[in-house]
Design a binder for this molecule. Structure first.
Ligand SMILES: O=P(O)(O)OC[C@H]1O[C@H](O)[C@H](O)[C@@H](O)[C@@H]1O
Length: 431
């Protein structure tokens, strides 16, 4: 990925960062880079994720999915980091396999998703690093039951990706299911370039080597200066802008195929950096669609936002047909791609003209190689930002509270957090 931070400079935007402040920040980037490299060399928790391009074995993944390689559909059961990386990859790339992601336990939705695929031709991909996440395990039990009710042997069609030990690992062994490991030291939201994110891509027949190669190229660009490393330029700029008042980061890909990527980014940014009363709030949007719903706020609302555009330079295109309507004649000389490109450039310029900070992240095109680079680049940006904020980017203690309360409410053990649910303060206003 390439990054253009020009529109985040103080000479363009407010909030913005001056060139002098950027130079000073670059010294801290150099120190953070050394810390990150040490973490990578020692395979420390979290930092180890940046070694995945070298560690992930595409052959192992393909061997595990081989029994279901001909499946018409794949149901991936996982949540958060165990779903969004895989969903980002398969949603971004063209594939023939129908993809269903069960990352919610809304019963009506789960039922309708299950009814949307031919179970006898469908494979199951269960993903949970801990092997204990209630939503994932509950959905798996529901899916298993649906397969049994339809007379389909789910044990012939299920792949499991999980940590070394835990209930899911035990279950895989009991039923002799193909099992892949969530690599050690890799938090879920940093695991897209491991079996966690790549099983679905393998079933869809995507080029796993190219995904890893793109990530490797990005890894090679990590260096001690933000001016030489797109990932660090992005991480340092977002950190600096947050410190100057842009506490919101609106991620706007200009490609429908990257809509899910914005969801993945939101988890990466929110869970990694939202600590100690710090962190930038990620917002998901899509170009051009959300120009017509959110742009007003971004250009004229509070000066608390950084807008991040992600745009491919190349895409397959479609001509806009000529028309007899005179006012629309100008469209007939263009393509949909040119229209989208013009809207992107216009939106970027409109924000800059209003002094609103924005960053452009460019990809050559949306393919495996570029996607691998984007995922890796954003992970590295996030790790760098974690260093600059001095927070642990690799844990999510605040999420555990509600998990414990939920278990307590369902009778899954004694959890003090569950008591707080009954102690809720109410001020009801009724019809
Ligand atoms: O992979 P799992 O252990 O099932 O965890 C799935 C997800 O659930 C959690 O609540 C965490 O907040 C996420 O970081 C994680 O990715």
């Amino acid at each position: 990925m390439d990054v253009d931070i020009g529109n985040a400079l103080a000479s363009v935007a407010s909030p913005g960062i001056s060139r002098e402040a950027l130079d000073r920040l670059d010294e801290r980037v150099g120190q953070a880079h050394e810390r990150i490299e040490t973490g990578r060399e020692n395979h420390e928790h979290g930092y180890a994720a940046l070694n995945l391009p070298e560690r992930t074995d595409p052959d192992e993944i393909r061997r595990a999915v081989d029994p279901v390689a001909d499946a018409e559909a794949l149901i991936t059961i996982g949540i958060g980091g165990s779903a969004l990386g895989a969903a980002t990859i398969v949603d971004a790339l063209e594939g023939d396999t129908e993809m269903v992601f069960l990352d919610n336990v809304d019963p009506e939705w789960v039922t309708s998703r299950l009814e949307s695929v031919p179970l006898a031709e469908t494979a199951i991909n269960v993903v949970s690093k801990s092997g204990t996440t209630a939503e994932t395990l509950a959905n798996f039990l529901v899916v298993r039951d649906a397969f049994e009710a339809a007379g389909v042997d789910w044990t012939e069609r299920t792949i499991v990706t999980t940590g070394e030990a835990g209930p899911l690992s035990d279950l895989a062994e009991r039923h002799d299911l193909p099992k892949l490991r969530v690599p050690d030291g890799v938090p879920g939201r940093f695991s897209a370039l491991s079996p966690v994110g790549m099983v679905a891509a393998a079933v869809a027949g995507h080029d796993l080597e190219a995904l890893l190669e793109g990530a490797r190229t990005e890894a090679e660009s990590l260096s001690g200066s933000l001016f030489e490393c797109p990932a660090y330029a992005y991480g340092a700029t977002t950190y600096a802008l947050d410190g100057r008042g842009a506490g919101i980061n609106a991620m706007i890909p200009y490609a429908e195929s990257l809509e899910t990527y914005a969801e993945w980014f939101a988890q990466l940014w929110a869970e990694s950096l939202g600590k100690d009363d710090l962190g930038q709030t990620p917002v998901r949007a899509l170009g051009v669609t959300d120009q017509h719903s959110q742009l007003q706020l971004y250009r004229a609302g509070p000066r608390d936002k950084l807008v991040t555009f992600v745009a491919p330079r190349e895409r397959s295109d479609r001509a806009i047909p000529d028309t007899e309507v005179e006012e629309l004649a100008y469209l007939g000389d263009s393509t949909l791609g040119e229209l989208l490109e013009a809207e992107f450039e216009a939106t970027e310029a409109s924000l800059a003209a209003a002094g609103r900070p924005n960053v452009r992240v460019e990809l050559e095109t949306v393919d495996e190689y570029e996607l691998g680079g984007l995922l890796y680049g954003m992970e590295a940006s996030c790790v760098l930002a974690g260093e600059l904020y001095s927070v642990n980017a690799f844990n999510q203690p605040a999420v555990e509270w509600a998990k414990n309360a939920t278990r307590g409410l369902l009778g899954g053990g004694e959890f003090a957090e569950a008591d707080a649910v009954a102690e809720k303060t109410t001020l009801r206003v009724e019809r």
